[in-house]
Design a binder for this molecule. Structure first.
Ligand code: AMP
Length: 393
């Protein structure tokens, strides 16, 4: 334990106070924004990343470069930390458990075990009566054919493990697409999901503290392009009962998981207003970036508060807001026109410091605040079109 932790240990509640060392597993943009929030509050931050040149390196006090499955090295790194949290959940659970011998790990590795595998996550949701898409776990071509017969088409086949942003997914529209989908994704265990003809997609970022208190942000409405989040906006413009159902579901999911930290629950909103859980991310989320400008507490400050045992901050939204992702494609015509984007009222820019703007790579985002969410969406998409010299979409 560091001196700050020893001082805190004498308090009745094991609060981790400013001055302590917060570890974050992963060095991507979520880790960078966590580090910015933690540094602002007086903490030291050490990120663990597979590459030295990662976004978190620009904000953390130290980056440990190492493999996420090197349990021995990770345990050693943990000895210098006061708490460990995640910006990236797809690490071996055994390695997270090894770290737990040396440092409190929040959320508990058991949460990673549940959420990093779609089959286990769906089993958890069903066990606790949380609505989700009809689905079957499939482990062979024959099981896939049987699942299609049971669920009907269209459907979507997803690898059970390590999928995100639509990676490891194949939509099956008709019978001729069944075998090619299995050829592409099998023989890994997969989940076949019935296709949901949804009205829209929303997500809820929520925090749960060590005392079980939860704080839930307003849902954001999410538009995807090629399975990747494109624009998130809040308020989501849905009837209050629908929004409350999503917020309540997210809060109860965190309770049932015994979660400590910040998580995001993504939902499909069906045409009748029912909310169905799509997936759970056990960390801050791309759709929550607008909380940085729009809310009393950002999702990243909330993560710091939750894992340190501090009171959770208010999630009150101070202004309608919209966020547009900046993918590497925006650099296709050279350096984007940032002055043009930033001339749009209420727009701010966040770049993640990645050197190589590959197509599809998340390089940064723009956020717009405006008197109405419609204006925020219009302004952020216009700013992005000006920056990337493309037609607004
Ligand atoms: P995922 O990685 O599972 O979140 O999927 C990425 C995106 O694909 C989702 O945000 C949806 O837009 C779409 N999608 C995934 N599963 C389904 C489904 N069962 N029905 C309709 N759309 C889906």
């Amino acid at each position: 334990m560091t001196p700050a932790a020893i001082a805190a240990a004498s308090l009745p509640c094991p609060t981790i106070l400013p001055g302590a060392v917060l570890g974050v597993m992963g060095g991507g943009q979520l880790g960078a924004m966590f580090a910015m929030a933690a540094k602002r509050m007086g903490y030291r931050v050490e990120a663990i990343s597979e590459s030295e040149d990662c976004p978190a390196a620009q904000h953390a006090d130290r980056v440990h470069v190492g493999a996420f499955d090197d349990a021995h090295k990770l345990e050693q790194i943990s000895r210098a930390l006061d708490v460990l949290t995640f910006e990236f959940e797809n690490m071996p659970v055994e390695a997270a458990r090894a770290m737990q011998k040396a440092v409190p790990v929040r959320p508990d590795p058991l949460v990673l075990f549940t959420t990093q595998d779609r089959a286990r996550e769906k089993a958890f949701l069903l066990e606790h009566d949380f609505g989700c898409a009809p689905h079957c776990v499939v482990r062979s071509r024959a099981e896939l054919h049987a699942a299609v017969a049971a669920l009907g088409l269209p459907a979507v086949l997803k690898t059970a493990a390590f999928g995100y942003d639509g990676k490891g997914q194949r939509k099956i529209d008709d019978a001729s697409a069944i075998d090619p989908a299995w050829d592409a994704l099998g023989p890994e265990a997969c989940v076949l999901e019935g296709w949901i003809d949804f009205d829209c997609e929303i997500s809820v970022v929520a925090a749960r503290g060590m005392d079980g208190e939860t704080a839930v942000f307003e849902p954001s409405r999410n538009e995807h392009r090629h399975h990747v989040l494109d624009v998130a906006s809040a308020p989501a413009g849905l009837p209050r009962p629908v929004l409350d159902a999503a917020r309540d579901t997210a809060s109860r999911i965190l309770d049932k998981l015994g979660f400590v930290g910040v998580a995001c629950v993504e939902f499909f909103v069906a045409r009748d207003g029912t909310v169905l859980v799509n997936e759970i991310a056990p960390r801050p989320h791309n759709s929550g970036h607008l909380t940085i400008q729009a809310c009393e507490t950002s999702q990243f400050e909330q993560q710091v508060r939750a894992v340190c045992g501090l009171p959770l901050g208010s999630t009150r939204q101070l202004s309608p807001a919209a966020m547009a992702n900046l993918l590497g494609d925006c650099w296709a015509g050279g350096e984007p026109d940032w002055p043009a984007a930033l001339a749009v009222p209420g727009v701010s820019l966040m770049l993640y410091g990645k050197s190589e703007p590959r197509p599809g790579r998340k390089m940064g985002h723009l956020t717009a605040l405006a008197p109405t969410v419609e204006e925020a969406i219009a302004n952020v998409t216009r700013a992005r079109a000006l920056a990337c010299r493309t037609a607004a979409r």
